[in-house]
Ligand binder design. Structure first.
Ligand code: ATP
Ligand code: MG
Length: 585
């Protein structure tokens, strides 16, 4: 097809939009691919829609190739199925809830596990029907707390979500692996640089969930990788390498010391170094010798709350995301003055394990605080600290929690090498759900032996609209967008760069031949200056730009590669064949 820029519904912008921080957002708006309507809500203009459809089709082809079948469920959904799984409540503020004219509750679907489980239950009843994988490419709604970076994090966005249904764990594992392979093909076809990281802690079963993260400094996900072993995990999923326990025999006694004005870790360390603790250790005291006790309030979906104490080495901070992942579905809140008033045993700056345990506050430790480790920690009175308070001897917590920050140089959980951190954007997520949703709706089929079999389920998502921003983010240069062949709105961008009527006629001819060969051509036939046209061609980002200009009078045209920036001259007679070869090659 031929699209003439003189007719295309497009206006490119010279300036970056005021609300844009990341390059993909700036460029997609400036190049007229998308327009903002409200926070996290975008309209798709012709060029953007073409790329979006192409991404969809790459995903569709790879889903079909693993035998998944496409269906489409509504985005406007009744409350009941989500009530049955408790997600009507647990999804929290991210769920768009609404009422119909009769007052019945509805929601705009953020993800569709419930509905797919019900759909399969409605149609299938024999083991002979299984396995089955269904998918849809559909608009999702999430009232994100921080819609960000244009279509990178929308409140309305397009996702491919698929769901596998199997009779047993082996089947689920095969469905999961099939998706994993399909996702690798999709992201390779889109030229995305990415890593696959463990998304749930090993405690939940290793490969139960993995995320595909596109490498990007603007990513909101931090992952860690051990270069030595290839172990890679989302920071939330890192399981701390636990040091060996230390025998309790012979450890020095715990002693309370007067430590005036030591409400911060830094001051406490200073005190310890100046007051003989360092001498006894035979080395300087550091923040890692102190046990810091952080108190938070957990708010459960039913509105109830609980105070939680977290003990961690004083050189570590609580990582908000890791803490949130560990206490999900509860939300984390900070304690207010009234909480301190209501719990006078919480002495700010001097909180220790003893008062927490004595007062029934649930107290969880960083996994490094193993039995036999000795700590300098609060003695629950202003100006007092314990020295040598030993875990497993002087206090025993209610368990451990993965909440401390993960740092470059920390030992890799697999025992090989150290962790290094990097940032990424989540582009896909594959998840062995098991029976959570099939249990909620009794999704059974009749087994081979005549007994009912509860199906086991996987769910798998790819951010289709986000992918467009991710490719733009990874591939752009300072001049504009640069699309890989597979998803460029057009195969070639032909520019007339000469007022000369013969050049115009020549361009019409070249464009017609390219079109006849089945290429999609964006044709800049506008009466604008060559400079303006070249700038737009660079901004819009088609992989090949054909320039018909001054050389035309000598029978030559110019071919520019938007990726390499190289340009070549071709004689007009062979140019069309060369262009076609480049597009197909
Ligand atoms: P994130 O951590 O980025 O919020 P998520 O864990 O909520 O992602 P899933 O629920 O697994 O994501 O959704 C599947 C895919 O949908 C994600 O991998 C991502 O590519 C895409 N996606 C999720 N939320 C958004 C959004 N707000 N805007 C655009 N794409 C999204
Ligand atoms: Mg999310």
């Amino acid at each position: 097809m031929i699209t003439r820029l003189s007719h295309l519904f497009l206006r490119t912008l010279r300036d970056d939009p005021a609300d844009a921080e990341v390059p993909s957002h700036k460029l997609l708006v400036r190049a007229g691919y998308v327009r903002r309507l409200a926070p996290g809500i975008y309209s798709w203009l012709p060029l953007g829609l073409r790329t979006l459809r192409k991404i969809e089709n790459v995903v569709r082809e790879e889903m079909d190739a693993i035998g998944a079948q496409e269906i489409s469920l509504p985005a406007l959904l009744p409350r009941e199925p989500y009530e049955a799984t408790n997600r009507w409540t647990e999804y929290g503020d991210a769920l768009f809830r609404l009422k119909d004219r009769k007052g019945a509750d509805y929601l705009l679907g953020p993800t569709h596990e419930e509905l797919f489980a019900l759909t399969v239950k409605g149609e299938y009843n024999s083991y002979k029907d299984l396995p089955v994988t269904l998918y849809q490419i559909q608009t999702k709604y999430r009232d994100e707390a921080r819609p960000r970076a244009g279509i990178l994090r929308g409140r309305e966005f397009i996702m491919k979500d698929s769901y596998s249904f199997d009779l047993d764990d082996e089947g689920l594992s095969a469905s999961y692996q099939a998706h994993r392979g399909a996702y690798q093909k999709i992201f390779d076809r889109l030229n995305v640089s990415y890593v696959i990281v463990a998304a749930t802690s090993g405690a939940m079963g290793g490969s139960a969930s993995e995320e595909f993260l596109a490498n990007s400094p603007v990513g909101e996900d931090t992952y860690v990788i051990s270069r030595e072993s290839g172990y890679a995990a989302n920071v939330e999923a890192v399981v701390t390498a636990v040091p060996a326990e230390i025998p309790l025999e012979g450890l020095a006694e715990a002693v309370v010391h007067e430590t005036p004005d030591t409400a911060t870790i830094a001051k406490l360390v200073e005190w310890a170094n100046a007051n003989g603790v360092a001498d006894r250790l035979g080395r300087p005291v550091t923040a890692a010798d102190t046990l810091k006790n952080v108190i938070v309030k957990l708010r459960y979906p039913d509105g109830k709350s609980e105070i939680l104490g977290i003990g961690l080495p004083g050189d570590r901070e609580v990582d908000e995301k890791r803490l949130e992942a560990s206490v999900e579905p509860a939300a984390v809140e900070l304690l207010g003055d009234e909480d301190f008033k209501a719990n006078p045993f919480l002495v700010k700056g001097y909180i220790g394990p003893k008062a927490l345990l004595a007062n029934g506050v649930r107290y969880l430790l960083d996994p490094r605080v193993v039995s036999g480790t000795a700590w300098i920690t609060g003695a629950d009175e202003a100006g007092k600290h314990y020295v040598n308070l030993v875990a497993g001897r002087d206090f025993t917590a209610d368990g451990t929690i993965e909440a401390a920050d993960v740092r470059d140089g920390d030992p890799s959980p697999d025992g090989k090498g150290v962790l290094e951190s990097a940032r990424g954007i989540e582009i896909g997520h594959i998840f062995q759900l098991g029976r959570k949703y099939t249990d909620a709706f009794d999704v059974d089929v009749l087994g081979e032996n005549g007994k009912p079999v509860r199906l086991t389920m996987g769910s798998y998502g790819v951010g289709i609209s986000r992918m467009m921003a991710v490719v733009a983010e990874q591939q752009h240069d300072d001049k504009g967008l640069r699309w890989p062949k597979e998803i460029a709105p057009y195969d070639v961008h032909v520019v007339i760069a000469n007022k000369d009527e013969t050049a115009r006629e020549g361009a019409e001819k070249v464009v017609a031949e390219l079109n006849a060969a089945g290429l999609d051509v964006l044709f800049d036939d506008r009466k604008a200056s060559p400079g303006v046209k070249f700038k737009d061609a660079e901004l819009l980002g088609m992989p090949l730009v054909v320039v018909i200009g001054r050389g035309w009078s000598e029978g030559k045209l110019e071919l520019r590669d938007r990726f390499t920036g190289e340009s070549e001259e071709f004689p007009a007679e062979t140019a069309v064949a060369s262009i076609i070869a480049k597009v197909r090659g």
